[in-house]
Design a protein around this ligand. Structure first.
Ligand code: ZN
Length: 133
């Protein structure tokens, strides 16, 4: 694991939260991106070497919509940057973690991503991400 790449936060209103986090961090978001396959709109803020990723559902069937329905707004996942995502998935699986997707998929921010089931990691949804061109 290289560093905390970002912390993902589930929000009801991207517009309201972009404004809130601009005030909190003292800097506006630097990009927005929709991930169609996950039915989610994202917005990114720099914070030092890491980022904050706001997540807003674009569809009532989105995993983010379901998350907010169940648990309300808040921290949704922590993303760790890795150098070799396939090797990390394999290593973590051997350590007893449960991958939600064994084959990395294309996420926001030019990343390959994979998630670990929160039940295998103290209730924390863990995202692994590897930068790609
Ligand atoms: Zn993320």
């Amino acid at each position: 694991m290289l560093k905390i790449d970002h912390i993902g936060i589930a929000v009801r209103s991207m517009a309201d939260s972009n404004e809130l986090f601009r005030k909190l961090l003292g800097e506006a978001h630097y990009k927005v991106e929709t991930v169609e396959t996950e039915k989610v709109a994202t917005s990114f803020f720099h914070i030092g070497e890491s980022k904050i990723e706001l997540l807003e559902a674009t569809d009532p069937e989105s995993p983010i919509a379901k998350y907010i329905e169940k648990r309300g707004e808040g921290i949704h996942h922590i993303a760790f940057e890795v150098a070799d995502i396939r090797a990390e998935i394999e290593r973590l699986e051997q350590e007893g973690f449960v991958p939600l997707n064994r084959e990395p998929k294309r996420g926001a921010d030019n990343k390959l991503v994979a998630f670990l089931h929160p039940k295998s990691s103290n209730g924390v949804l863990v995202e692994l991400c590897q930068s790609v061109e």
